[in-house]
Design a protein around this ligand. Structure first.
Ligand code: PEP
Ligand code: MG
Length: 570
């Protein structure tokens, strides 16, 4: 998508130029005036409202239902016009506006005489407290609840719809954080880039920005001081927001980014370094539709089929036949090519009602991933049967890996079950103990795949969903890179492949560093495949090795990035 460049013949009068730094998420450079989300909705204060007369309560409930329904309908209409993650996020938020639990809690309060808007605020708070206490993925839903609350209250009190205003010229959106529904509803014709003060590389904002191809930087310190209307240069490669940039420099940077984007548009794979080393760039998908989109994006295969994502929200375990049909779609899309299927990674941020214990105090450290098979070995057996059946139908030999493996006996037992079905076994490296014992794990399995999202959370002891700790879970953390390097070395010693399938592989610069550490394939969102593949073509393996060494020697993620960039600058 070409990036509009504002007319700089008459640059706005800016103050002194200064640069704010954050975490780069989506590459590209854009220049434009700042817009900010509209001011927050004014929430009613309970003590300023008198109780409703008994005969007015029925009508008040009708007003509430109409407002909530309108909010849900609007969001559902936007979901219908969107695709992929954006559509999912919008319809989830629409579903929340119609949630029976929420409606019941609001109506109960209205029945007790509370005016509708106050009842909404009060009931929403009950859910916020509950989700916060549950933690993990549930805690992330707090933003959705607050968003739905604000939309319904705005409707009830005649305030404008909260969210992102439609600017007159293409603009750069700056915000503290964005409600998932706001990010999902962004129109790239109006919003050409975005930066947030909070959020990490795996936040909803980051995932959707990646899908929309919007240059994006998160966790930008000092962003709150930049006012709407100021001219900024947002650089999604460097992770910077330059306020009041020099117009000439800014224009050249935008042009360079545009040229890089054109190069990227011409990418058709396979990925090779400048000196001709093949480093397959594969895609992370969740179903057949995603796999077909990945083929179109020139992915060379699937490096991570997240099987649990197709079954979130399901009360019952899907049958072997249903699973086999779903997996076969993915194998078919990449017939004759590599597909790595991951067995159910239920639990923590991806709870499955039929697999996850409901009452764990600390789900991220609980019965998740392969550990679910301790409680219910049949669940894993049936899934492997389904994979074998899908393989038989499509005449393919998929690679199958287990998530959250922590010990050698776990890997050995998993490998035996996979081999018994004629499939190729591997394990994910997501726990430091697995990285430390990579050599021993490789005695049992044929490949390893590093999940940097979880490996960073467990290495740095920082919740991957916490916006406040995004600097700790940054995939450039040198300690994380060291574990990646140790794992890759084990693969080299034993002549077995070691890939990376966490978000780290979606960062073109970091992808080069991973190659330098000895990683043999990369797997990322389909939308990131071309960027990674095109970047690899600009570097030699030796340069990657030197960049990796420099990054390992740094003390923090920013220094690691800068050190690698100094060596790999195109
Ligand atoms: C990871 O942890 O890096 C990974 C790829 O798995 P997920 O993000 O699905 O937990
Ligand atoms: Mg993981």
């Amino acid at each position: 998508m070409p990036t509009p460049v504002p007319d700089l013949a008459q640059p706005p009068t800016a103050g002194d130029s200064f640069v704010l730094t954050g975490t780069p998420v989506v590459p590209g450079a854009v220049l434009g005036p700042v817009i900010r989300p509209s001011e927050g909705v004014r929430l009613p204060v309970a003590s300023e409202q008198s109780a409703l007369a008994e005969d007015a309560r029925g009508a008040e409930k009708e007003l509430f239902r109409a407002a909530a329904e309108l909010v849900a309908t609007r969001l559902a209409a936007r979901a219908a016009a969107a695709t992929g993650v954006s559509a999912e996020v919008l319809s989830t938020t629409a579903g929340l506006a119609r949630d029976r639990g929420l409606w019941g809690a609001v109506e109960q309060r209205i029945d007790a005489g509370t005016p509708a808007a106050v009842a909404v605020v009060d009931a929403a708070q009950q859910f916020v407290d509950m989700f916060t206490a549950l933690g993990g993925l549930m805690a992330e839903r707090v933003t959705d609840v607050r968003d739905v609350r604000d939309r319904i209250v705005a409707e009830l009190t005649g305030q404008g719809e909260p969210g992102i205003p439609t600017p007159e010229v293409p603009s750069v959106l700056l915000a503290d954080d964005l409600a998932p529904a706001d990010t999902a509803g962004l129109d790239p014709a109006h919003v050409i880039g975005l930066a947030t003060r909070l959020g990490g590389t795996t936040s909803h904002t980051a995932i959707i920005a990646r899908q929309l191809g919007l240059p994006c930087v998160v966790a930008v310190e000092g962003l709150e001081d930049v006012r709407a209307g100021e001219l900024v240069l947002l650089d999604g490669d460097a992770g910077t927001v330059t306020v009041g940039p020099d117009p000439g420099d800014a224009r050249s940077r935008v042009e360079a980014a545009r040229a890089a984007a054109e190069l990227l548009a011409r990418y058709t794979g396979p990925a090779l370094t400048r000196d001709g080393s093949a480093v397959p760039v594969l895609a992370n998908v969740q179903d057949g539709a995603g796999a077909r989109a990945a083929v179109a994006a020139h992915a060379e295969g699937v490096g991570l089929l997240r099987t649990e994502l197709a079954f979130l929200g399901r009360a019952q375990e899907p049958t072997v036949e249903e699973q086999a049909a779903g997996y076969a779609e993915v194998f078919e899309a990449f017939a004759g090519r590599k597909v790595v299927l991951r067995t159910l990674d239920a639990g923590s941020d991806k709870p499955l009602a039929f697999a996850t214990p409901p009452d764990e105090a600390n789900p991220a450290l609980g019965v998740r991933g392969l550990r679910v098979a301790r409680r219910d070995p049949g669940l894993l057996e049936r899934q492997l049967d389904a994979v074998a059946e899908a393989a038989r139908r499509t005449s393919s030999v998929p690679w199958v890996m287990a998530p959250m493996v922590a010990t050698v006996p776990e890997a050995a037992a998993f490998a035996a079950a996979v081999r018994a079905r004629g499939l190729v076994p591997g394990v994910m490296i997501e726990v430091p103990s697995a990285a430390l014992h990579a050599d021993r794990l490789l005695a049992h399995v044929d490949f390893l795949s590093i999940g940097t999202n979880d490996l960073s959370q467990y290495t740095l002891a920082a919740d991957r969903l916490s916006a406040d700790l995004a600097d700790l879970t940054d995939p450039w953390q040198p300690a994380l890179l060291q574990l990646v390097g140790m794992t890759a070395d084990a693969g080299t010693r034993q002549g077995k492949p070691v890939g990376v399938c966490g978000e780290a592989a979606a960062d073109p610069l970091l992808a080069c560093v991973l190659v330098g550490l000895g990683i043999t394939s990369l797997s990322c969102a389909a939308s990131a495949v071309a960027g990674v593949g095109a970047r690899l073509a600009t570097v030699s393996v030796d340069e990657c090795r030197r960049a990796a060494e420099a990054a390992l020697g740094a003390d923090d993620p920013q220094a690691a990035r800068a050190a690698a960039r100094a060596i790999l600058a195109a």
